[in-house]
Each structure stands twice: as C-alpha cells, then as structure tokens.
Design a protein around this ligand. Structure first.
Ligand SMILES: *Cc1c(COP(=O)(O)O)cnc(C)c1O
Length: 494
C-alpha cells in the first residue's frame, strides 16, 4: 500500500470541495422550502413529456458528475413530475401528504447513518421512544412491544406471523406449516386490504385460509356470519386462529365493530389482529376517537405513520400485546450478532422484532415530527379530515348531478356523477373520463373503485393542507367535466 494520503482521500466519497457541497445543499433546501410554500399554485400532477421519459433511458455513468449538475436534473426532471400527494387537492388512494420537518429528519437520519438493527446508540433509544409513544397513543399496555417497519403491509405481516405461530399448536418455527395437525383459518371482512393475501401467501397458509366474511350495509364485518364461519371451520377440523378486524377500510373507510370482535375472539380463544393502517390514528382525534374504541384490546395492531401522521415514506408500526411472544417469533442467535455487557453491542437488537436485519433510522422523522407539531395537532388534523369528508358528502347529497355510493364512516367518500338516464356502462365511461380529465388538467387527483358492484369515484381525505375551498372546487369541477362529457358523447344518454 503505497498510495499517498491525498490520493487515498480523493477516492473516498466525501466532497472534494466541502464548500461546494454546502452551496448545493443550501440551494436544495431553499428550493424545497419554496416548493412546499408555493405548492397550491401548481398542478397536482402533470403528465410527463416524451423528452422527459426518454431522458431516463441513458446508460450507467462510469465517471463522476458535479453534484450541482446531478441536483439540477432532480430539480428539472424529477420534482416536476412527482405523484402530487403533497398537494392539497390530492385525494387518491390513501397516503400522507409529507412534511418538511419530516423531510429534514430523513436527511439528518442519513447523516447520522446508524443501522437500527441493533447497537447501543442514541438512535436506538429514539426508536424505542417512538414505539412507546405509538403504544401510548393506541392505548396498548406498558408491557406491549412494537417495531417500526417499512409500512402497513410489513406491519401486518409481522403481526400475522406472530398470530400464526402463537395459534399453531406446534413449534411452527422449528417444524413448519407442513406439520400442522389442523389447518389454520384466518377471518377478515370482504373489504380487507389486499396485503393480507400477500401475507397468507408468505405465511405458507395459502389464500384460501383467509375466509372473507360478508359485510353489512355499512360495509362492516357481519358478526353473525363471522361466528357461522368459525363454527363451520371447527366442525370440519380446522383451527380458527385469527380474526383480522379492519379499522378504516381502504375502499370506503368503514370500521369493523372492534369491541364486539374483541369479545368474540376472547370467547373463542382466537387471536385478534387489527389492520389500523388507515384508522388507528383516529385514536388521537378528540372528536372521533370513539370510532375505534375496542382497538386497544387487540393482540396485534398494524398502523401506518406515513398515512395520517404524514411522515415521509416509508414508516409503519406493529404493536404486539405480548412482548415475549413477539421476540420469540423473530429473534435469532447468530454467532456474529452477539450481545455484550459493555460497548456498542450492549443493547437489545431491534432486528429481533421484525423480518429485517439492517434497519434505517425511520424513527427520527416520527420523533422530530411528534415533537415539532405535538400529537394534539395531529389529532385535530384527523378530526378536520373527517369533517371534510362529511362536508363533501353533504355537498353530494345536495347536488342533482352527483350520487354517493357508500356510507361515509371516516374520511373516504365514494360517489359518482349520475344525472340520471345513464346505464351502468355509461356511468362507468363518464366517471372514468371525469377522473382522467381531473388528473390531466392538474386540478385534482381522485382514484376510482367499485363498491357492491357499482363503479365510482373515490375521494380520500388524508391531507393536512386541504381547505374547504378545495372541496368546493372539486365538486364544481366534477360537475363541469361530467356535463362536458355528456355534451360531447350524447350517446351515453341513450
Ligand atoms: C395502506 C393500507 C395497507 C398497506 O399499507 P402500506 O403502508 O401501503 O404497505 C394495509 N391495510 C390498509 C387498510 C391500508 O389502507
């Protein structure tokens, strides 16, 4: 090794010119601040030009490019074509609207650089503190455990894995699903999120092991049907293992009767898992917390902090009532990852609570955001989003051109343009066209869905920037585009 020091440093990744880095970083922060300040004046989303698309097809760069030039590409080719969920008139699917203090935290987390898989670091204490805060927000007991994961899908998988192992009746970790004496059955409503199908796949139980229980008029799990399915499965030699209750369904925002499901699970000796990816955080909203009462009785609860807490993607959380069982589901004992009584390895390994080994410092954005804004602010924002959904529902009720297609339980409104005289196919065509024109014009972004066989538009309120005037504009534009579509395509009315 004869390289001299200057040459050695030159190959390292640190800036060759520290002041140059500082200048680029400062202008990036300035641009980001302006961008969020002026969001409302721009389109929610815009289609990419062919030139922009083509600009992402170049080969791998072999040599260096100045950071200022790389940043310029982000500013001109990436940022203008973002999803738009940060915009106040983004109502599609279900996701948070991000936040500058959270964005700053992601930068700082990367600078800290800690691997949250384990180690005695302040970062791991931040992670522990955040899961305790979430536990307290959800009303789970002191002994409960939690883990921050990539999102709701992973949180559900972690919870359902613990449920499967706890209910297996064998040492499932050692012996595997092939040794199950009786096949396990899981239960969820027909509104359950599709990530649970992925979970069944991964857990080796198969999609058929997830029983889809019918829902009532309010799209809540029908508890008589649930009881019937459990009884039938017991008779046929299956082991009813877990009820997955939904607190805020993705389709319509409906909330299962969590208290009654908790009673049933206790009576039947079945694990209760709550998918609270949308609704769990309603627990901190003073006017609406009653909607999710009973959730705190679950054995496991999955929730998303990148939805109603608006943490930048991605971060979700799983809570388990039984810490020892949580650990027993995932903890490994590799010779190269041993705990010590002193030094950097003298701490609990957080990877013992999830499927991941290396874990990013996701906790920091939640920690900084909860301190900076305070949990009361989030509670009030959630109450406001729910009030906004009700406001939109009222506007739909009083419009001769619009029709609501599902009850509004929380923060999602399903509706369609229906002035009368259109067939179901005609309604689908007209509403799809409205949806696309709204998106392409940059005025608003909705998504669509099908509720009880009826295709419709869907507006989800999970945005801290939305104002009443945005909802007024949305209604006005849906009516205007709808009327325009009918004028252009009179055959829809025949
Ligand atoms: C969003 C959502 C999920 C999935 O969460 P991700 O964070 O997208 O992985 C699961 N269940 C429900 C009810 C959801 O709304």
């Amino acid at each position: 090794m004869t390289e001299d020091r200057a040459l050695e440093d030159k190959l390292a990744l640190d800036p060759g010119d520290w002041d140059e880095f500082r200048a680029v970083a400062r202008s990036a922060v300035d641009d980001a601040t302006d961008r969020i300040r002026d969001l409302r004046d721009g389109p929610v989303w815009r289609p990419m030009t062919d030139d922009v698309r083509a600009s992402f097809t170049g080969p791998i760069p072999t040599g260096p490019t100045a950071l200022a030039e790389v940043y310029r590409q982000v500013a001109t080719r990436v940022f203008p074509y973002a999803m738009g969920n940060v915009h106040p008139r983004f109502f599609a699917w279900y996701m948070g609207a991000s936040d500058l203090s959270g964005a700053l935290a992601d930068f700082l987390a990367a600078v800290d650089g800690s691997n949250l898989g384990g180690g005695d670091t302040a970062a791991s204490l931040v992670d522990h503190q955040v899961t305790r805060w979430v536990r307290d927000m959800m009303g789970f007991p002191d002994g409960a455990s939690g883990a921050l994961v990539s999102g709701g899908s992973m949180a559900n998988i972690v919870g359902l894995t613990a449920a499967r192992n706890a209910m297996a009746g064998i040492d499932l970790r050692q012996d595997g699903v092939a040794q199950l004496e009786r096949p396990l059955a899981f239960y969820a409503s027909d509104q359950v999120h599709s990530c649970h199908h992925k979970a069944m796949n991964l857990l080796g139980l198969g999609a058929k092991a997830l029983r889809h229980v019918q829902t009532d008029a309010a799209l809540r799990m029908d508890l008589r049907a649930l009881q019937g399915a459990i009884d039938a499965d017991r008779l046929s030699g299956m082991r009813p293992a877990c009820v997955i209750a939904t607190a805020g369904s993705t389709n319509t925002g409906s909330v299962d009767d969590l208290g009654a499901i908790a009673d049933l699970c206790r009576r039947e000796g079945i694990w209760m898992h709550v998918d609270g990816c949308i609704g769990a955080l309603i627990a901190v909203a003073p006017k609406n917390a009653h909607l999710v009462a009973g959730m705190e009785r679950a054995d496991s609860l999955a929730l998303d902090l990148h939805k109603w807490l608006h943490a930048p993607f991605d971060v979700g959380c799983i809570l388990l009532r039984d810490r020892a069982l949580h650990r027993a589901t995932f903890a490994e004992n590799a010779e190269y990852l041993q705990r010590a009584t002193r030094g950097i390895a003298a701490a609990e390994f957080l990877h013992d609570y999830t499927l991941e080994t290396t874990r990013g410092f996701r906790a920091l954005k939640v920690w900084m955001m909860l301190q900076h804004h305070g949990v009361d602010t989030f509670g009030r924002l959630i109450d406001r989003n729910i009030a906004q959904a009700r406001y939109l529902a009222e506007k739909i009720e009083s419009s001769a051109l619009l029709e609501r297609t599902a009850p509004v339980a929380t923060s999602i409104v399903c509706f369609r343009f229906n002035p009368g005289g259109l067939s179901e196919d005609g309604l689908r065509e007209a509403n799809t066209e409205i949806l696309l024109r709204l998106q392409e014009s940059g005025i608003a972004v909705l998504s669509d869905t099908t509720v009880r066989g009826r295709h419709c538009l869907r507006a989800a309120f999970c945005n801290h920037r939305t104002r009443t005037s945005d909802i007024d504009l949305l209604v006005q534009e849906v009516e205007r585009f709808g009327t325009g579509v009918l004028r252009e395509r009179p055959s829809l009315l025949e």
